[in-house]
Design a protein around this ligand. Structure first.
Ligand SMILES: Nc1nc2c(ncn2[C@@H]2O[C@H](COP(=O)(O)OP(=O)(O)OP(=O)(O)O)[C@@H](O)[C@H]2O)c(=O)[nH]1
Ligand SMILES: [Mg+2]
Length: 230
């Protein structure tokens, strides 16, 4: 999509509403489209179709009594390998970065997505979502270090059963608005809220285990093995 065919997000919509742009990023099949669908339509149809190019979903949100026109941009996760067009990032006010908690590789690719994002939008708020927790609720007992490391709000979500989807999208809208109005208060608020957030004790058993620890240990073990003579 050419940059000049995009709406101008600095100008109000035809109805005089303020506009914000929120982009979704993450590997193919992590559930970006399903999450947007779940939020906007409150529906979910399991289907395998990958997003072909670019889809724009418009949503009217009411923030502090004012209607805001929100465009969610959704593109194909495989685009990254063909290098995403810069116009995808152009004027974006917030980003939802999604991975699939049942496929480790999609988590490992997050730094690549973030690097691309920061090339074009160094400052915008980015929210991180671990999708498909319906498939493995034990995942909610894990700490995923990536989000903490980059001071991002983090959400366990499921497009299939709706867990946390409304929260994720509403927070993303507020974060986008806060960014547009040069206010960092809202992000600080979310971060504080999440620090105090206690998970259901039932899923807390592996709480102190951090994603990536296993590999670090494996690496140390193999380094030690290498050091062993003979
Ligand atoms: N179990 C489960 N499956 C999901 C969930 N969200 C998405 N899926 C399934 O995962 C597959 C991919 O979902 P999509 O939303 O198309 O993924 P995407 O990230 O948009 O993929 P691309 O468009 O290729 O980048 C579909 O078969 C969905 O039904 C979820 O929360 N739980
Ligand atoms: Mg898609």
């Amino acid at each position: 999509m050419a940059a000049n065919s995009q709406p101008d997000y600095d100008k109000p919509s035809e109805e005089g509403e303020e506009r914000v742009k929120i982009i979704c990023l993450g590997d193919s099949a992590v559930g970006k489209s399903k999450l947007v669908e779940r939020f906007l339509m409150d529906g979910y149809k399991p289907q395998q179709l990958s997003t072909f190019a670019l889809t724009l979903f418009n949503h009217k949100a009411v923030i502090d009594g004012k209607t805001v026109s929100v465009d969610f941009w959704d593109t194909a996760g495989q685009e990254r390998f063909n290098s995403m067009h810069p116009s995808y990032y152009h004027q974006a006010h917030a980003c939802i970065l999604v991975f699939d908690c049942t496929r480790k590789i999609t988590y490992k690719n997050l730094p690549e997505w973030l690097k691309d994002l920061r090339t074009y939008r160094p400052e915008i708020p980015c929210l991180c979502a671990a999708n498909k927790i319906d498939e493995d609720m034990d995942m909610t007992g894990k700490t995923f270090a990536f989000a903490k490391k980059h001071t991002m709000p983090f959400y366990f979500v499921s497009a299939a059963n709706g867990t946390n989807v409304v929260k994720l999208f509403k927070d993303s809208i507020r974060a986008a608005m806060a960014y547009k109005h040069n206010s960092t208060d809202f992000m600080d608020e979310i971060m504080k809220e999440l620090e105090n957030f206690e998970l259901d004790p039932m899923y807390n058993k592996d709480k102190n285990k951090t994603e990536g620890e296993d590999e670090e240990k494996e690496k140390k073990d193999s380094d030690n093995d290498k050091k062993k003579p003979g």
